[in-house]
Ligand binder design. Sequence first.
Ligand code: NAD
Length: 434
Amino acid sequence: MRIAVVGTGYVGLVLGACLAENGNNVACVDIDEAKIAMLRAGRMPIYEPGLEEMVRRNHAAEDRLAFTTDLAAAVRASEIVFIAVGTPQGEDGSADLQHVLAVARDIGRAMTKYTVVVDKSTVPVGTAARVRETIAKETSCEFSVVSNPEFMKQGAAVEDFMKPDRVVIGIEPGDERAAALMKELYAPFTRTGAPILTMDTASAEMSKYAANSILATRISFMNEIANVCEAVGADVDEVRKAIGSDRRIGTSFLFPGVGYGGSCFPKDVRALVKSAADRGYDFQILRAVEAVNCAQKERLVDKMQAHFGRLEGRTLALWGLAFKPRTDDMREAPAIAIINRLLRLGALVRAYDPEATSTARRLFGDRIALCDKSYDALAGADALAIITEWNEFREPDFQRMRRLLKAPVVFDGRNIYSPAHMRALGFTYYSIGR
Ligand code: NAD
């Protein structure tokens, strides 16, 4: 099929590459000319495992994956047009739909034949209807609007897209033509039996917010369990295993830490609270999930203050800046809150991340020292803090760490080391809920 994907970010680029990988002809569109020029030159604007190779392969194959700023031409050439632009948080906490609706208008203006327009961006209930109205003002062509939320996780986005747990397709009642095209498009991705769930657009839109909200809830819940474990003298790791082995609960998203971040959970939780409030409903659990998460981002620095007293003039080494491993994304990363507070308290920060160094440089400039190698960050630091659980931090050379740090003190925000082992190695070791 011929497909256009408007918005070539974390979602749009993965979507475009994966659709091309299955033989479709895909045009990835963006208004960011520098990004499109970079992609055309074979350079990647983001880091995502497996993506670069897939983009290169399909870009090289004639016509299969193209990059353009010409939305109108891409729309005219396509049967299906995805909207995958950002839906950032607006001032009042709601999802800001200006980019989605601007793209809908441009699609409507460019359309010359029947087109399926697919909302891939995370958008509140009712957006499919607004996209439909916006397009209808611009064209007399027939078209369908489909809601197709994306459940991929950054750090494993290609794998998730190629082998989804399920595909959710929201269609308007009776729109069999769009449903058939969408099922055909997703058939190669669901051969192993993953269901394609078709439903009304409102339920599809709600599914995405419900999924992110329940995952965020599990994280905040476990962070509170960890905090109570500290108060009562229990070990959250043991508790996690005990409850995770219950099939009704399962093992995912039960790891306590320094709070969740990223471009999705924080904004999607707030957007659902807001859209419920707009209809007179107080989403109490989600308000607490958000409040707990904000407080959790403070706890590691609280522990540092409890250990050192004043942090003024102290040097803290940070391992991990991205909001999670295997991405360079720092949007709402706990590291940002932690670094800002450390700087406010007069501490110096030396940080290392395998992929997020340039992102961090854009955010902090020379206010922190960014190191190219993990051990460089430790040189002369008063303590090490683990903020993101990259695999390369799991089995470090502890003797080398001891030699480089001024004193053997580790604040582990991700519980990646064993407290007994760290004690045996002579470290003063703080973690979460143990
Ligand atoms: P992003 O910020 O990485 O990318 C958005 C892209 O859209 C940017 O390249 C931007 O230049 C482009 N854009 C903005 N306005 C445009 C316009 N008028 N025309 C063409 N391009 C335009 O965002 P993202 O992380 O890819 O997220 C996109 C959407 O998908 C959001 O709604 C997000 O909530 C949702 N989502 C994200 C993830 C994730 O893991 N990042 C997962 C599932 C869903």
